[in-house]
Design a protein around this ligand. Structure first.
Ligand code: ADE
Ligand code: ZN
Ligand code: ZN
Length: 260
């Protein structure tokens, strides 16, 4: 019986990934945590139990997606590759996409009349979804579920394009997420930080979409299956580090302006 079950599991297609992997989320919240105001830090601690829970809870939204399948689409927005930019009425008609859900979570978090448990949940979604929006393939689609259907052979092992960008590039940076976060944040100049702490989720979606189009999918050249080496992971690290940096800076900005 176990052998049959195992055989069946091995035959199933890989489940599409929904997020930066756990490490990506820890890096983004670590960068943000270092920049919180005293007031924001205190309110985060009150809502989640302790300041450190910000990092711990950064993956909560992925952990509950099985129990709450309606939240699955909240992690991304399928902007077609050829669309010039994000149009809410076209790409997020019912509000069930990452852009709308970031806005909604922030509103709930900002509302002191909401019960603490609801605001805590909004905070958990906010810290996760701001990071997801900065994964380029979470704001782009080419009829392939954001690259989930593009098969990749990486140094001979099977994966897919989406998975590479969710987890493999980040994991190739190393395992010490706290150290990686400090390295990434330390390379950001004050001018850069100021330039990044601006705009709105729709603008950040356009940025991710542009990176997906001009960089990620340009390399794919319309193929549905391709072979890559770990050199690809190294080559895409600077882009990934910059997206993680932006996500961390913007998350801190949103929290500091919401939890005054
Ligand atoms: N499922 C469908 N489109 C997706 C995307 N862009 N990212 C993650 N999962 C998806
Ligand atoms: Zn996610
Ligand atoms: Zn993903």
């Amino acid at each position: 019986m176990m052998r049959i079950l195992l055989a069946v599991l091995l035959l199933l297609p890989p489940v599409p990934a929904l997020a930066w992997g756990a490490q990506g989320h820890e890096i983004v919240t670590t960068i943000a945590a270092h920049q919180l105001t005293v007031r924001a830090r205190a309110q985060v601690a009150r809502l989640l139990g302790s300041p450190a829970m910000l990092i711990h809870d950064s993956n909560w939204a992925d952990e509950v997606r099985d129990q709450r399948p309606e939240t699955g689409p909240w992690h991304y927005v399928d902007i077609p590759l050829r669309a010039p930019n994000y149009v809410p009425a076209r790409h997020c008609q019912t509000g069930q996409c990452v852009v709308s859900q970031i806005i909604r979570a922030r509103q709930t978090l900002a509302d002191p009349r909401q019960p603490a448990a609801r605001r805590a949940e909004a905070l958990r979604f906010l810290i996760h979804l701001v990071a997801d929006l900065h994964q380029p393939l979470h704001a782009a689609d080419n009829g392939d579920r954001g690259g989930n259907d593009i098969r990749i052979s990486l140094d001979g092992r099977r994966t897919n394009l989406h998975q590479l960008w969710d987890t493999r590039i980040v994991e190739a940076m190393g395992r010490n997420t706290a150290k990686i976060a400090v390295g990434i944040a330390g390379a950001v100049s004050p001018q850069q930080r100021k330039a990044w702490q601006a705009g709105a989720p729709a603008v950040w979606a356009d940025e991710s979409h542009r990176i997906a189009r001009d960089r990620v999918y340009r390399m794919v050249q319309g193929r549905r299956s391709l072979r890559l080496s770990s050199g690809y992971l190294r080559a895409e690290m600077p882009t990934t580090r910059q997206q993680l940096a932006k996500a961390g800076m913007r998350l801190a900005w949103l929290l500091n302006t919401t939890l005054r």
